[in-house]
Design a binder for this molecule. Structure first.
Ligand code: ADP
Ligand code: ZN
Length: 719
């Protein structure tokens, strides 16, 4: 027998099948160790066959083998490698955490002792009698523990005589062990019941649940998952990385106990190894995690849930640049199961597909128990500047904070730092400088002291006065969370303040620790960036302050309006989730902005209609595809050569499919060097029928040493 093996080296030179001799027991999907060159490498068996075209006397043997991947994973890995033109070894890696591939982590074992023979213990051997008594009460005990408690001599004597037997037992490393709590499951409301039966009844593979924050979507997912488990099937539950909140883990454990496995980049290697093994062996039937959990080693999947489906983290930013939804859909088709997408603010693209009938659509307009949505008040920050208020807090927000704290409630202050630092805004009139061709905010580049458009490459001079009002309070840099906390402490010296941003959440359970403190009411105010916005449920929060609502609007991204609408809706949704009514203060320099108005009125439909019309008029996705081919390398000369090569190939494609292109342009990327690597790109916009596959071929055909050439579809970031 011969095994066709892909060696786990992600390089196009070795991206081919190698034949190895093997005996019985070696099957497709197994992880093997094989001689390769003068080393031993890990590989994966793609197929087992009877004969080889090679000289069989010279074929080397498989050295070791163990089960790893199923048929479905192999097929999916093949199609991902093909779709994104990456070496098969790279797409196989998606299915196996590093710990599994390298073989550096293994099962943790201990030795258990148990009673196996009958024997009269002499009364003088008191210790031995105690051991036997102990093992009569406890079917099994840890050997090390017995030796410690009763003395090694007594225990060893019993083992030597065969009265006590020993065996190896697996020890599981379990993440979030403290998140275990009893919780009754709710009786579904009528709307939830209807959602469950309509999802189970529909013939469509994909259902979108568009439900306002607090409408009880989570309970719907859990019910659907429970029903699949009853049928003996398994489930994948995907959440944005940041949403692995204590509450989510607690809820899942309370409902499904040890059947849940958590896959998550911040787990320790041992934990990840054990959770993955539990899924593969079928001990755990529900995989919960961020985007990579879509590759969980489950069989007979009955449901895939993608919660907060609009979240940007569902797109991979390194090769292969896959879409989690696409992978989920492929797995759903293979397993004959359904995909449920949920969000209070679906992405424009998903919502369009639902409206066009491709996906089933369920709308939940009300919160559980008809709790009111928090009232949103827009505050004009230009007036605060005119009145001489230089702090990040408007008078209205200070007043509300005061009231909130004196009533013993909690508040969340949200700061959208991401979009702030590079855009240029006039603080007198709120005007943001935009590109004349693209209607997208310009980005300031300090090294060249100019403004650039990331969509068309146009350059503009920096400004000393605002082109709209002539004002001179031109603003480049923003307020950070640290400064907000400092100013807040001055205004409210008695308040206990927690800060949550990238600097305070490093470490394994960084988010978890902060959110847990806040949930246990060990703090009054939580100040944070994007990560405070996601699905948390804190009943005592009655006030949310959004300090700079419009900043994200001008991030140089065609999705910035959509992202801002989503963020505001999500953050606002943290307020007033329990009995007490919630409030939201939304501070802005642009109070007439339609995105903010729609968000303040919870008008998703209005937002969607406006946004989709704008996308159609400007020819942005989902009406076209933005495709970028990027060449990056340390040598400018080599990078340029690679770019010229790919550009030549792309020009041929362009000539053949000219009608499908709306834009085709070669330039250096807006940021010419990142981490010492030069960056040159070809930027294209094409129709849905455009020659995407040919573009991937063109990029893959470039064989320039030391230069990476890759394709991005609708990239979130064009810098
Ligand atoms: P969403 O995921 O839509 O934001 P959640 O599932 O978090 O909403 O539900 C919001 C709140 O309502 C939670 O506190 C949850 O425990 C509660 N809840 C959900 N379903 C029910 C129900 N059927 N009866 C009572 N309370 C419920
Ligand atoms: Zn432009």
């Amino acid at each position: 027998m011969y095994a066709e093996v892909i060696v786990d080296i992600a390089h196009s030179d070795v991206d081919k099948i190698f034949d190895y001799a093997c005996g019985e027991g070696v099957e497709a999907g197994m992880r093997v160790e094989v001689p390769f060159g003068n080393k031993t490498e890990t590989g994966f068996v793609m197929r087992v066959k009877e004969s080889t075209a090679l000289d069989s006397a010279r074929v080397k043997p498989v050295l070791r083998f163990e089960p790893a991947l199923g048929e479905e994973c192999l097929a999916l890995a093949r199609s991902i490698a093909q779709r994104y033109r990456v070496p098969l070894a790279l797409s196989l890696r998606l299915f196996l955490p590093a710990e599994m591939r390298t073989g550096k982590v293994s099962k943790r074992m201990r030795t258990a002792a148990f009673l196996q023979g009958e024997e009269e213990i002499s009364p003088r051997a008191k210790r031995q009698a105690e051991v036997v008594e102990f093992l009569k009460d406890n079917a099994e005990a840890d050997l090390a523990f017995l030796r410690e408690r009763f003395g090694a001599a007594a225990v060893n004597a019993l083992i030597a005589r065969g009265t006590v037997g020993t065996k190896p037992v697996r020890v599981l490393r379990t993440p979030y062990v403290e998140a275990v709590e009893e919780r009754p499951s709710h009786t579904l409301t009528r709307a939830q019941e209807e959602a469950v039966s309509s999802i189970e009844g529909t013939e469509k593979t994909v259902t979108l649940i568009h439900g306002v924050t607090g409408s009880g979507k989570t309970e719907i997912y859990l019910t659907l998952i429970a029903r699949q488990l009853e049928k003996g099937r398994s489930a994948i539950f995907l959440v944005p990385e940041i949403s692995l909140t204590p509450q989510m883990v607690v809820q899942l454990r309370a409902r499904f106990g040890g059947k849940v496995a958590i896959l998550h980049s911040r787990l320790s290697a041992g934990e990840r190894f054990d959770e993955w093994q539990r899924l593969r062996e079928g001990d755990a039937r529900i995989a919960v995690g961020a985007r990579s959990a879509v590759f969980a080693p489950l069989k007979e999947i009955g449901l895939i849930v993608i919660d907060e489906e609009h979240d940007g983290s569902y797109f991979s930013e390194s090769a292969p640049r896959y879409s989690t939804f696409e992978v989920a859909l492929a797995r759903a088709k293979y397993n004959g199961c359904k995909v449920v997408l949920g969000s209070a603010t679906p992405s424009v693209e998903t919502y369009r597909r639902a409206k066009q009938g491709e996906f089933a659509l369920i709308t939940l307009k009300d919160r559980i128990n008809a709790r009111p949505m928090p009232e949103v008040r827009l505050v004009d920050m230009r007036r605060e500047v005119r009145r001489g208020n230089a702090t990040p807090f408007s008078a209205a927000l200070r007043e509300k904070l005061n009231a909130c704290l004196s009533e013993g409630n909690q508040a969340i202050l949200f700061l959208n730092r991401r979009g702030y630092s590079q855009t240029v805004m006039c603080r007198d009139c709120g005007n943001v400088v935009k590109c004349k061709n693209c209607d997208v905010a310009l980005t300031y580049h300090s090294e060249e002291d100019c403004l650039k458009c990331h969509y068309c490459g146009a350059r503009y001079k920096t400004l000393s006065a605002c082109p709209a009002c002539g004002g001179t309070h031109i603003h480049y840099m923003g307020t950070g969370t640290q400064r907000v906390v400092r100013e807040l402490a001055k205004l409210f010296p008695a308040a206990r303040i927690l800060r949550m941003d990238v600097d305070t959440t490093s470490g394994k359970e960084g988010h978890y620790a902060i959110l847990k403190q806040f949930a246990e009411r060990k703090a009054d105010i939580l100040v944070g960036t994007q990560m405070v916005a996601k699905g948390h449920d804190f009943p005592a929060v009655t006030l949310v302050g959004i300090l700079d609502a419009d900043m994200g609007l001008h991030f140089p991204d065609y999705r910035s309006g959509e992202r801002t609408f989503q963020l505001i809706t999500q953050v606002a949704g943290r307020s007033g989730r329990a009995e007490e009514k919630g409030e939201v203060i939304l501070q802005t320099y642009d109070p007439e902005n339609y995105i903010l108005r729609f968000a303040a009125n919870y008008d998703y439909e209005g937002f969607y209609e406006h946004e989709i019309a704008m996308r159609a008029a400007m020819m942005f996705p989902p009406f076209v595809k933005i495709v970028r081919v990027m060449a990056t390398g340390e040598s400018e000369k080599e990078t340029l050569e690679a770019l010229r090569d790919v550009y030549g190939r792309l020009q041929e494609i362009y000539a053949r499919f000219e009608g499908e292109f709306l834009f085709f342009h070669r330039m250096h990327a807006p940021i010419k060097r990142i981490q010492n690597k030069y960056r040159y790109q070809v930027l294209m916009r094409m129709t849905e029928r455009g020659p995407l596959s040919e573009v991937y071929d063109a990029a893959a055909a470039v064989k320039q040493k030391n230069v990476l050439v890759y394709v991005e579809e609708d990239p979130a970031n064009l810098s």
